[in-house]
Design a protein around this ligand. Structure first.
Ligand code: XIL
Length: 349
């Protein structure tokens, strides 16, 4: 049996994975063994987002999230709260009044506060790391246009952290989380924002780099430069949603090649059987080895590495940016076996 990730990296960083509540529907799922052997901290893929937890005004629904929290508690895992405030998977009603008109800033801030308060009341004792605001900064460093931004203004992210600071327990770690964090524009804007928050006394405790990466993206130089830049704030880095977008052969995959290319390349469903030839596995393993070499070398800057899924079967990349792809992005294959990439990762420790 392959060496356990959490044991291998016990003195380096925490190892985590993301689970959807549907993962728990099949109690015979052999992937449970992988989760329990290799990981110590879990993130809910979808269950704690605003939409499933508050589908209508005044109606809270914690069934999905509770299922995962119960599993995490029984299994001795820690858990990450993902995510309080995000423009995606936020229900439409939060932006509208009873006549369907757009609400004002104060109303939306009040709704954000209600959400933070409810999540804190239900999970605050157990969940000690929170992705407070997700993806509010664009690639060029500007604030993302979203309904939150339109209604609240440029201080949407700051207000999110102020609310979290007031409503979540004092020992909760508050993270800003985003993708494309190795791109200079976004990276520099995040560093500026963190320093601004620190100067104003707005609490922020960590920086989440999602880590939706590809075979060529980011370059090792850009990755290392970003770890340095984020560490310059004094905050720990969390790699929060790691996967390597890989369809085989053609390397055109991974965030940042532009949506058009990504969609075009997604039509090449090269290995629909879900099995890769050995040389493809090798190439992929080398890429994970290269990434982890850098992470391990910078271990003092990094608190946690979380993968976005357990096996290739449950990766969101099978359906993103178009449905029906056969993606190979994680360390375990569709037969719940360790891929060569697991060994490559373990060898960097
Ligand atoms: C994804 C989930 O994996 C999918 O199941 C869902 O349909 C859409 O969201 N960035 C994030 C995550 O912060 O919440 C996203 O998760 C992937 C991108």
């Amino acid at each position: 049996p392959a060496a356990s990730l959490k044991d291998t990296f016990a003195s380096t960083f925490q190892m985590g994975t993301a689970l959807d509540h549907t993962f728990l529907e099949n109690l015979e799922n052999p992937a449970f063994d992988i989760v329990e052997t290799h990981f110590q901290i879990l993130t809910a893929t979808n269950a704690m987002k605003w939409e499933p937890t508050q589908p209508e005004n005044g109606k809270f629904d914690f069934t999905q999230a509770d299922t995962l929290v119960r599993y995490a508690k029984e299994g001795g895992f820690e858990m990450v709260g993902h995510t309080l405030f995000w423009h995606s998977q936020a229900p439409d009603w939060i932006f509208e009044d009873e006549n369907g008109e757009e609400v004002d800033r104060e109303t939306l801030l009040e709704r954000m506060r209600d959400r933070a308060r409810m999540m804190a009341a239900r999970y605050g004792d157990f969940v000690k790391i929170w992705d407070v605001v997700n993806e509010s900064i664009e690639n060029d460093g500007s604030w993302r246009e979203s309904k939150f931004h339109k209604i609240i203004g440029d201080d949407f992210t700051e207000q999110g952290f102020r609310i979290a600071m007031e409503e979540l327990p004092a020992d909760a770690k508050l993270l800003y989380n985003d993708y494309g964090m190795t791109n200079a524009g976004r990276r520099d804007a995040v560093v500026r924002m963190v320093k601004d928050f620190q100067a104003k006394g707005v609490r922020i405790d960590g920086i989440g780099m999602q880590g939706h990466w590809g075979m060529d993206y980011p370059s090792t130089e850009d990755l290392e430069a970003s770890l340095d830049a984020f560490a310059s704030t004094g905050l720990p880095i969390h790699i929060t949603e790691l996967d390597v977008d890989f369809l085989g052969k053609d390397n055109l995959a991974g965030a940042n090649i532009g949506r058009k290319k990504l969609v075009a390349n997604s039509q090449n469903n090269l290995y629909p059987s879900g099995v890769l030839p050995a040389e493809e596995e090798e190439r992929f393993a080398e890429r994970y080895g290269e990434i982890f070499e850098i992470l391990v070398r910078n271990a003092e800057k990094i608190d946690r590495v979380t993968f976005w899924g357990v096996t290739d079967k449950d990766s969101w990349l099978n359906n993103f940016p178009v449905r029906g792809r056969t993606n190979f992005s994680l360390l375990f294959n569709r037969a719940n076996e360790a891929r060569p990439a697991l060994k490559a990762v373990v060898e960097t420790a």
